[in-house]
Design a protein around this ligand. Sequence first.
Ligand code: MRU
Length: 345
Amino acid sequence: MKKFKNPAIEWLGNRVRILDQTRLPQKEAYLELGDYRSIASALTGLKIRGAPAIGVAGAYAVALGALKIESTAKAEFLEKLRAVIKAMADTRPTARNLFRALDRMRQVAEAGADVAEIKTALVDEAVKIHAWEMEATLEINRYGAGLIKDGFTVLTHCNTGPLATTGYGTALGVIMRAKEQGKDIKVLATETRPLLQGARLTTWELQKAGIPVTLITDSMAGYFMSKGEVDCVIVGADRIAANGDTANKIGTYTLAVLAKENNIPFYVAAPTTTIDPSLATGDEIPIEQRSQEEVTHIQGTRIAPVGIAAANPAFDVTPHRYLTAIITEKGIIRGNYGEGIKEII
Ligand code: MRU
């Protein structure tokens, strides 16, 4: 696979340029963000999203926050940096990659000898985290593509392509790699209510890649599975517990149960930075609760009566017993996920 310039996020030396994912597919609009607060609000507003991309954006935000701190005394600098890290940690609670990246940034800051050295090291570290996530997707795609056979129709949920990963994509990258291998692949993409990452972003990325895609509403998945029209399901992850339980976009659990009922393999593709070995099971994964308006409205237009309460958990947890395999950059884990995860971490 050739190197490509991923538009999701680009480091410009003293600011980042992001492709505003809330404007897609109507408009390819770029934003230049020069301080951590604007990156924090881009994250909560889903202008940049997807667990690996959230981690990368969080790392650059810390670097930018550090560059703006004027204190030259290390202790004072670190105290101010802690506030920056806390602000970023408060943006998206489920995406494990964010906390891994923030932790790495904190460790680098604490290890530096003086403030000037720390600032340089933090920028270098953010760039490294970005490069690592990009490379990891290449390996995930290499391992995963073997699972996608010629002639398969693959169902995927949410958006896990280059936009979500800053690399080549996790679940969507696997599909794209299988296609590059010359296989005849078709995709069923769920629209992914409430924010329509599937309808807006996955279809956009697949269309650009020249892969045939049919958009379905989330509630149509069972219909296509029961008709024998789905050969496998592949999704990404936001956080994977030590036993393999996987948090991913709301609706993933429903798809996994349906897949099991219909004897369809269900794959999760994610880098090891999404695995959280400190959590024994998925019950401990924090689930982001988002605003009611995302459910009562579609793209700014109210669809429910005024005064109707709505619930909006952004993710759900799929117990590991529903998974056929977890595809990571270090290989494919099957069977005993707890043991497999321990081995690769
Ligand atoms: O709320 P989002 O759009 O950030 O949710 C994204 C997902 O759930 C993705 O499936 C997950 O982050 C994997 S991205 C490779």
